[in-house]
Design a protein. Structure first.
Length: 152
């Protein structure tokens, strides 16, 4: 008979070590599942929030002083999209790739005095908007189409 030497003896772990390693791997897998599901939920919530804000409730930041004292430069406001306007309401309109925030001062059929030269009668489907700042009333006011108003 030949003597064989075991140079590469491998020591097998006992049952307690195997159980501890299995528990550790199980905990790591559970932790990773929780992280993945949390990230997925946050992504879905963010996507829904973006869609709601774009489609129904746009958020804008006021820049400029034309609406003082009602709104100041840097104020952040939430708009509600609607097709109904009434005098005195604030609304936002799209003009030359900019969003302007103004107050409704006239509706179709209203006679609005703009300056000493005469009165202006808005056309059907148009409304007149003005700034709150008194020093801006001397500027010429233009009618706007209701389709260009994203919210109020």
């Amino acid at each position: 008979m030949m003597d064989t030497e075991n140079d590469g003896d491998t020591v097998l772990p006992d049952a307690e070590q195997v159980r501890a390693e299995r528990d550790k791997l199980s905990y790591r897998a559970k932790y990773m599942r929780i992280i993945r599901s949390t990230v997925a939920v946050l992504i879905v919530v963010a996507a829904v929030a973006v869609l709601v804000s774009i489609l129904f409730l746009p958020v804008i930041q006021v820049s400029g002083d034309s609406m003082e004292p009602t709104l100041s430069n840097g104020d952040i406001i939430l708009l509600v999209k609607t097709k109904k306007f009434s005098r005195g309401q604030l609304c936002c309109l799209s003009w030359q790739n900019k969003l302007l925030l103004k107050r409704v001062i006239g509706l179709p059929g209203d006679v609005i005095e703009i300056d000493a030269e005469g009165n202006v009668r808005p056309c059907f489907g148009q409304c007149f908007l003005a700034a709150d700042a008194v020093h801006l009333y001397s500027q010429r006011q233009e009618p706007c189409d209701r389709k260009s108003v994203p919210g109020q």
